[in-house]
Design a protein around this ligand. Structure first.
Ligand SMILES: *Cc1c(COP(=O)(O)O)cnc(C)c1O
Length: 366
């Protein structure tokens, strides 16, 4: 008799972020300006028949819209119920039981959980601190990342979140290229390099093009952040057709519902007006918040995403005090290399003003 639950499951807890309603919620990096207007119109005008029938098995209209928007072949695109679905499916498709998911802490908290759920080992790889400005800073050696992923027979995955959640940092392109090159050099069962680009819409560059052309690179994106569609759960992945096929097999049928697909297609096809406007407003807000925090003596980490991580002495205290005052942020306790910190999502100017006012009320404690 095998025990229930599987021993690896027993210590896992259901995901439980603090979701109590609050006046100004800057805790989850969703779009504080609202949902894409074209997507909302698509949901409003849905035919009742749409609810009655199963959606297309692999969301082919959405695949085509991603292909158009990002100028990649349709066969290079997979879709999912949020990008979480694609991370989970990719882990399952790429890693044999006992192989590793290598990642550099701190990063997206679901990675360790998805690894364990899929019988893979979560293997943190820490960087070496360096004072040499010409070095890659505190990033791990690319070879160490690939070694940690692979089992004795190869395989596994290297997970890189770029820009990284929760730090907002954009790892240097050259370092990511070195990891990819190292993985590609390991022969037939070399690890897949999975780039989680949930925040690449706010960053100066990305790896979409490389993913479409390499059997070792998979990029995962979401419509939950810049497009403002977190409630509909839509994500996609770009990779070589052979890799995409395996990810879709692992994902299973009917994962993108009809309303979500219609909304996502509308948003991707209309990426010229609202989208760049919200992106610019977010980048302006990010620069202003960084400046305001620095002028108050905080040392925010430079961000390429729609949030800023700010080291504080006691993140639990600061988070609770801000919530008391009607503002939610996400606390990070004893973060590797950083210590306690709060992560603040970028919202419209009035929400950032509100946050700053609340922070000023705590001055002397943080
Ligand atoms: C928000 C987020 C996601 C999840 O996106 P969904 O598409 O909503 O599942 C994935 N990765 C990172 C790093 C995120 O911050």
């Amino acid at each position: 008799m095998s025990p229930f639950p599987r021993p690896v499951y027993a210590p896992l807890e259901p995901y439980a972020p603090d979701r109590r309603p609050v006046e100004v919620d800057l805790s989850d990096n969703t779009n504080r300006w609202g949902a894409h207007p074209g997507a909302m119109e698509a949901v409003r005008s849905a035919d009742p028949e749409e609810l009655l029938r199963y959606p297309p098995v692999y969301a082919d209209r959405l695949r085509a819209a991603v292909a158009r928007r990002h100028d990649v072949p349709v066969e290079a695109v997979a879709t999912g119920c949020g990008s979480d679905d694609l991370l989970d499916s990719a882990f399952r498709a790429a890693g044999e039981a006992g192989e590793g998911v290598a990642y550099m802490p701190p990063t997206f908290s679901m990675v360790e959980i998805f690894a364990r759920m899929n019988a893979l080992e979560a293997r943190p790889v820490f960087g070496e601190a360096s004072d040499d400005p010409a070095s890659l800073g505190s990033l791990p050696d690319p070879e160490a990342m690939v070694d940690a992923a692979a089992g004795p027979a190869g395989g596994g995955l290297v997970y890189i979140c770029r820009p990284n959640n929760p730090t907002g940092e954009l790892q240097p392109r050259g370092w990511v290229e070195a990891v990819i090159e190292e993985a590609e050099g390991r022969g037939e069962r070399s690890p897949i390099v999975l780039l989680d680009e949930a925040y690449a819409d706010y960053a100066p560059d990305n790896f979409l093009r490389e993913a479409a052309g390499s059997r070792r690179v998979l990029v995962v994106r979401t419509l939950s952040k810049l497009y403002g569609l977190a409630g509909l759960r839509v994500g996609f992945a770009v990779g070589a057709p052979e890799v995409i096929r395996e990810v879709e097999k692992s994902r299973g049928p009917y994962k993108v519902n009809r309303l979500a697909e219609a909304a996502a297609v509308a948003a991707l096809d209309d990426a010229e007006g609202w989208v760049p406007e919200i992106r610019s407003a977010t980048l302006e807000g990010r620069a202003r918040l960084a400046f305001e925090l620095a002028s108050r003596g905080y040392t925010p980490i430079g961000s390429s995403a729609n949030f800023i991580l700010v080291p504080v002495d006691d993140a639990a205290f600061v988070t609770a005090a801000l919530r008391q005052d009607g503002v939610a942020v996400r606390p990070f306790l004893e973060t590797p290399g950083i210590g306690d910190a709060i992560r603040i999502s970028i919202g419209p100017p009035e929400e950032l003003d509100r946050l700053l006012k609340s922070l000023d009320g705590l001055y002397g404690y943080a």
